[in-house]
Design a protein around this ligand. Structure first.
Ligand SMILES: C[S@@+](CC[C@H](N)C(=O)[O-])C[C@H]1O[C@@H](n2cnc3c(N)ncnc32)[C@H](O)[C@@H]1O
Length: 243
């Protein structure tokens, strides 16, 4: 049974005590408390210019690259795994066709509440508390799944489980769109800086420099196709997997 909706974009309020509260994963609490968990985190980071600065001016480009994969008009059932700061989800919501639906799953109620406040009243959109590594929905129930800058924040075992779950819940022929960090070219002027940033603040991110995302897929996964595009001297990537 799917978990109860914790926030409904039409109401933009948390659900009553009926909502099940899931434990916060250790890596979020220990490594990313300052970015997502702390009550002040949302106030600090929910600024488009700041998100854009963190991505060296590439936020709009990467957001639009992800949205383009989902469609000018988004049809069918879409799952966004994890909230993001900025206007990606409001823009995705604007693209929804009349019969389309969008579910957004995040482990942190504070992030879901923040997202609900950015979305219009729209009963096609449901925000759910859930863990990307163990999604509470049936197999093959989505047409497309979006993972925007989530994988680099997860320890390897969680990243593997998140990808396995994305593959499980997307229907055969459906797509998984991933936007995340990537090993930049050797000459990249930001390579040294980003090495330092990852060592200090994002200890799992370097994994995506050491290995392709495919490395973290289940061994028996056989996607029909995988298309990769890199951006900004290779520092970022967009991967589209067709199941
Ligand atoms: C998508 S990532 C980073 C996105 C990007 N840096 C941004 O601009 O927000 C951040 C989100 O992932 C969520 N998250 C991390 N681990 C998760 C998990 N295991 N299940 C569900 N959500 C998770 C966090 O709660 C947070 O809202």
């Amino acid at each position: 049974m799917p978990p109860p909706a914790i926030a409904d974009a039409t109401l933009a309020v948390p659900a009553s005590g009926a909502a099940r509260t899931l434990p916060i994963p250790k890596y979020l609490e220990q490594v990313y408390w300052w970015a997502y968990v702390h009550p002040n985190a949302v106030q600090l980071f929910e600024r488009e210019w700041l998100v854009n600065l963190i991505l060296f001016g590439n936020y709009g480009r990467l957001r639009d690259a992800a949205l383009a994969e989902l469609g000018e008009t988004v049809t069918g059932q879409t799952l966004q795994v994890a909230c993001v700061y900025g206007n990606l989800t409001p823009r995705l919501a604007r693209r929804l066709g009349p019969d389309a639906t969008l579910d957004v799953v995040d482990i942190l109620p504070i992030q879901l509440k923040n997202l609900a406040a950015k979305l219009p009243a729209d009963d096609r959109i449901v925000l759910l508390q859930g863990d990307s590594s163990s999604l509470a929905c049936p197999d093959a129930c989505y047409d497309q799944v979006l993972l925007f800058f989530l994988l680099h924040e997860q320890p390897e075992s969680v990243r593997r489980a998140t990808l396995a779950e994305a593959l499980r819940v997307v229907r055969p022929g459906g797509r998984i769109v991933i936007v995340d960090y990537h090993l930049p070219a050797r000459w990249h002027p930001l390579r040294l800086l980003m090495t330092g940033v990852f060592r200090k603040l994002e200890p799992y991110a370097m994994d995506l420099w050491d290995n392709e995302v495919q490395h973290y897929l289940p061994h028996d996964a056989r996607p029909a196709s995988i298309t990769k595009q890199t951006y900004y001297g290779g520092l970022y990537q967009k991967l589209v997997l067709i199941r």
